[in-house]
Design a protein around this ligand. Structure first.
Ligand SMILES: CC(C)(COP(=O)(O)OP(=O)(O)OC[C@H]1O[C@@H](n2cnc3c(N)ncnc32)[C@H](O)[C@@H]1OP(=O)(O)O)[C@@H](O)C(=O)NCCC(=O)NCCS
Length: 177
């Protein structure tokens, strides 16, 4: 996927005026924001952003995500943050996966969050653009993600960036205890 600075609206995508009831008007970021790789010192802020979004503090989970994706490793694994002059205001995590589900190698975005007070200023788009650029450098030409069908905000965001329904479908069933 090639992201660009002006988000594309695919045919049929809802526009922002009608897609969701926005909580507030867009605002410009008060601090310059740069996108960089995560550092260990960012973890507390990332845990706090995630807890704000999901309502759960998952410290052990985030430590393990940092070990797998954050410690400088293969270019295929990416954990990037949006840094507003020293304050982490968002993050994105993803990885290139080879041949799983019968799919040729492609990038997967596992998680993206921007703190509520910094939204609608283009930071989510920049995070996605940066991880897509890393996937491109890693040699893949496709990016995928998975989302809850109830999460209209994240759906509107990904659609605005040009992502469409793909050829794979999730299946699940309950397991006996
Ligand atoms: C989705 C999210 C990452 C977007 O971050 P953001 O920095 O506000 O996004 P941007 O400002 O780059 O917005 C890009 C586009 O997304 C769409 N969008 C973003 N927020 C939207 C909203 N509230 N309503 C409708 N469209 C929206 C718009 O098309 C927007 O472009 P526009 O402002 O030019 O219309 C952020 O809202 C977030 O973290 N939400 C919670 C994420 C979540 O649920 N994560 C868990 C699963 S991974």
């Amino acid at each position: 996927m090639k992201t660009k600075s002006v988000p594309r609206r695919p045919a049929g995508a809802t526009t922002r005026a009608t897609a969701l009831d926005r909580a507030r008007e867009p605002r410009a970021p008060s601090d310059p924001v740069s996108i960089r790789r995560v550092r260990h010192g960012d973890l507390d802020q990332i845990i706090a952003i995630d807890a704000t979004v999901t309502g759960l503090e998952k410290r052990n989970y985030w430590k393990s995500v940092y070990r797998r994706y954050g410690v400088a490793g293969p270019a295929e694994r990416q954990f990037l943050v949006a840094d507003a002059t020293g304050r982490v205001v968002g993050f994105v995590i993803g990885e290139v996966r080879d041949w799983e589900f019968g799919s040729p190698p492609c990038g997967w975005v596992f998680g993206i969050d921007v703190e509520p007070g910094s939204r609608l200023a283009g930071i989510g788009a920049r995070l996605l653009e940066a991880i897509c650029a890393s996937f491109t450098r890693a040699g893949v030409r496709k990016v995928r993600t998975m989302l809850s069908r109830d999460n209209k905000l994240i759906l509107s965001f990904f659609r605005s960036q040009g992502m469409m329904a793909g050829p794979f479908i999730p299946l699940e069933m309950d397991l006996d205890a």
